[in-house]
Design a protein around this ligand. Structure first.
Ligand code: KG4
Ligand code: ZN
Length: 338
């Protein structure tokens, strides 16, 4: 079955062609970073308009690259939520419209389910069940995953998401948007011994996170310092170490509580090198295995939406004709597939 995947939930336009027999045939991504950079964050209306401009040209591009005709496409998967309402509506309207024109089924995909299933596109995908750490710009979740749509939330952020905390702290340090990768790069030169920030909520039982206090610790430390490159790098390092440590402690708890030994890490912050290293060590120590999507599929992309859409379409799920999006959409409200 050949599926077209469309991702437009935030500031990247992603498209992909996934074939259930041959795998991923082509994918393309347009990042809006330069569009939003001067505002220091995503401007929703500009995001929607840019998705309108880029989506169909990107689709043409991947069809050409895959040497495929639109007639070969058998299903359309688009991101239905969570995300920015206007941005979601662009993908949903175009995705639904194409499906109607081509007389094929369409499915609205949960963005975080897309992230969660992204490692399935790798040569050695994880088997169910596993624990998933989903860390993106909008969400931080630990989930027990028994199958597609069989999700039990073990813990989540009570305030900022991990990526959001990275972005806000980066902004504080004067780094350009989007701050996460820039902060991580700067932290490479930082002195890990100089500052120690708290590991929020690790002294309480459970797997919930909190990152806003960490941001405050960074603000308070940074305020008392000269804005030199060395000081900036040392604060970045202390912040990154605290986030990585906190996430690793919660992952250990989640694995112990569920007695599972497979850990999937996905979402934009899953691209963080130090986090990946740390979790690899942790899971090795527990005698398990950790699974990541390739780096480019940690952040938003159309491939993960195509894959998640295929899992649901092939199980017979369909969307009606209405163009509906869900800017807020709890992951554990999805119907089970297998
Ligand atoms: O999953 P994603 O692409 O979009 C959302 O669904 O939100 O995640 C984007 C988030 C941003 O907050 C970005 O700063 C963060 O992931 N991010 C990183 C890194 N790469 C992306 N955070 C830390 N280290 C990185 N290397
Ligand atoms: Zn995402």
């Amino acid at each position: 079955m050949l599926i077209l995947g469309i991702e437009t939930s935030c500031d990247e336009t992603g498209v992909a062609l996934y074939d259930s027999e041959r795998g991923l045939l082509a994918h393309a991504l347009h990042s809006q970073v330069s569009l939003h950079a001067e505002y220091g964050g995503v401007v929703p209306e500009l995001a929607s308009r840019d998705h309108v401009r880029k989506l169909l040209p990107l689709l043409r591009e991947i069809l050409q690259r895959a040497g495929a005709s639109p007639n070969a496409i058998e299903g359309v998967a688009y991101t239905r939520g969570p995300g920015l309402i206007g941005a979601l509506l662009v993908g949903a309207a175009i995705g639904r419209g194409l499906a109607w024109t081509w007389n094929i089924p369409a499915i609205g995909v949960h963005h975080m389910e897309g992230h969660l299933l992204a490692p399935m596109l790798e040569p050695e995908p994880p088997e169910f069940p596993f624990v998933a750490l989903l860390v993106s710009g909008g969400h931080s979740l630990l989930v027990e995953v028994d199958g597609v749509g069989r999700y039990r939330i073990l813990g989540e952020s009570v305030d900022d998401a991990a990526g959001e905390a990275f972005d806000k702290t980066a902004k504080l340090l004067g780094l350009p948007y989007p701050g996460g990768p820039a902060l991580a790069q700067l932290a490479e030169q930082g002195d890990p011994q100089r500052f120690r920030f708290p590991r929020p909520m690790t002294d309480r039982p459970g797997c919930d996170f909190s990152f806003s206090g960490l941001k405050t610790a960074a603000i308070n430390t940074w305020r008392g310092l000269e804005p030199t490159p060395a000081n900036r790098a040392d604060v970045a390092r202390a912040f990154e170490d605290a986030v990585v440590d906190t996430l690793a402690i919660k992952c250990r708890r989640a694995l112990q509580a569920t007695r599972l030994r497979r850990l999937v890490v996905a979402g934009g912050v899953g691209a963080n090198r130090r986090l990946r290293e740390r979790l690899r060590e942790l899971v090795a120590e527990l005698g398990g295995q950790v699974y990541y999507p390739r780096l480019e599929f940690c952040t938003d992309n159309g491939a993960m939406i195509a894959y998640a859409g295929w899992r649901r379409l092939t199980a017979g799920q369909r969307e009606g004709m209405a163009i509906e999006v869900l800017p807020r959409w709890p992951l554990d409200s999805l119907p089970a597939v297998d």
